[in-house]
Design a protein around this ligand. Sequence first.
Ligand code: IMP
Ligand code: MG
Length: 215
Amino acid sequence: MASYLQIADDEKGHELDLFCVPRHYENDLEKVIIPHGLIMDRTERLARDIIRDMGGHHIVALCVLKGGYKFFADLLDYIKALNQNSDKSVPLTVDFIRVKSYCNDQSTNSVKVIGGDELSNLSGKNVLIVEDIVETGRTMQTLLSLLSECNPKMVKVVSLLVKRTPRSSGYRPDYIGFEVPDSFLVGYALDYNEYFRDLSHICILNDQAKEKYKV
Ligand code: IMP
Ligand code: MG
């Protein structure tokens, strides 16, 4: 089973004042739960684990937009660094897909995949799906069943976060950065109705902000 860094349910986190948080979000956040530096350090190690398992053959890294874009960019930088500093290396190409399943802070039953027609290029490739967070697991299970129709050589999933929640379907990604409590998290490209992607650290949203940015 994938190892991960566990953030406990009673984790106190860090006071916002200790970090740089944009002024416009100061009153919206409960606390910093994963500082940006820790995200980067854990991502560096995930890159090493991924290359160890997948590094024998052309890798197509598939970014699940929009929430995955920061993690995708940083993870690929670390993979690139490994690729250009060792005797063995493999071509790495990228692709992007959009999946939308959320309204306010609730996962909805319908999972929409946009940009699916490029999926046929994945035939015979080692595909690495890069996701921000797995909650129920429905988004990833839908995507995996779509992908299997394209006959890739290998499919692995890396998710920066996995939520500990009774709503989980039991699905677990191949690589996990952090396992997090059942709270709504924002920052490092994770959003609440499109806000908070422009925040570096992963933070817990407060209830007042859930009202303020509700659609
Ligand atoms: P799932 O289909 O329930 O696993 O939900 C996965 C998707 O829901 C993720 O890719 C996110 O886009 C979104 N999501 C789930 N939990 C959170 C959260 O705490 N903050 C922001 N987005 C979330
Ligand atoms: Mg996502």
